[in-house]
Design a protein around this ligand. Structure first.
Ligand code: PEP
Length: 258
């Protein structure tokens, strides 16, 4: 028996413009008002620019289960000040955000975010009261050279001190093999399950309370592969990129995890 929450989270990245983001949110609300998702928690991550508008649409929606709002990034600085272009956790909360994605492979690669910077972002978010959707995952060459488990374990244990004090309610971990993100190539349910079991062991070893952490898989999750992933005992949901841009696909994935 587990009390672990199931989650399906849509990362919209730098995709829909304002009109499309509103349409997508409205399509989700309309579908959910007739066909609710019962157990699985839904969340969406629009760009910073659209958070306030989407937050207002979600808050006024008449649906039985709430869609939670996620930001795609957060500043390392906690306080207001001279940080041109940055957006703090407090400002994200002010805009209606409850969670933030940290450690996504696109941030690690395109913005050279390393474990030290990731730690600052995690702490800034958690200190302010945001929950974190913390991403880890190996590259293709790391997997092919048999290092996947070691790399992912190192990405988690780099933050052991933080994990020993983190509020388990504010922490979701997403395993996203880099070679599976946006490539149409999903990890097999067996490989994903194996890595999830390893991560769960690493977390429980750091602190038994972290055994209940929701572990999401991400990397080309679609409506036609979500069913098998959802059957894996240590996969508690999905972080979805491309397929989250279509309301029907996103909700079919959510149904698979419901
Ligand atoms: C992601 O970027 O978190 C992701 C999993 O993307 P996609 O579903 O498009 O592979």
């Amino acid at each position: 028996f587990t009390t672990r929450k199931r989650w399906v989270i849509g990362n919209w990245k730098m995709n829909p413009n304002l009109a499309a983001a509103k349409n997508l949110t409205q399509a989700l609300i309309t579908e959910l008002s007739t066909t609710p998702i019962q157990q699985c928690q839904l969340a969406i991550a629009p760009t910073h620019l659209h958070l306030i508008t989407i937050s207002s649409l979600i808050q006024h929606a008449n649906i039985p289960s709430k869609i939670q709002l996620v930001a795609q990034d957060v500043a390392t600085q906690r306080h207001t000040g001279a940080f041109t272009g940055d957006i703090s956790a407090d400002l994200l909360i002010d805009a209606g955000t409850e969670w933030v994605i940290v450690g996504h492979s696109e941030r690690r690669t395109l913005h050279h975010e390393d474990e030290a910077l990731i730690e600052l972002k995690l702490r800034a978010a958690l200190d302010a009261g945001l929950g974190v959707i913390w991403c880890v995952g190996e590259t293709l060459s790391e997997r092919e050279s048999g290092q996947a488990t070691a790399i992912v374990t190192a990405q988690v244990t780099a933050h052991t001190q933080l994990l020993s004090i983190i509020d388990p309610q504010k922490f979701i971990l997403a395993y996203e093999p880099v070679w599976a993100i946006g490539t149409g190539r999903t990890a097999s349910p067996e490989d994903a399950q194996q890595m999830h079991a390893t991560i769960r062991q690493v977390l429980s070893h750091i602190r038994p309370a972290l055994n209940e952490t929701s572990l999401l898989y991400g990397g080309s999750v679609k409506s036609d592969n979500a069913g098998l992933l959802a059957q894996c005992p240590d996969i508690d949901g999905a972080l979805v990129g491309g397929a989250a841009l279509d309301a029907d696909s996103f909700l079919q994935i959510a149904k698979a995890f419901d």
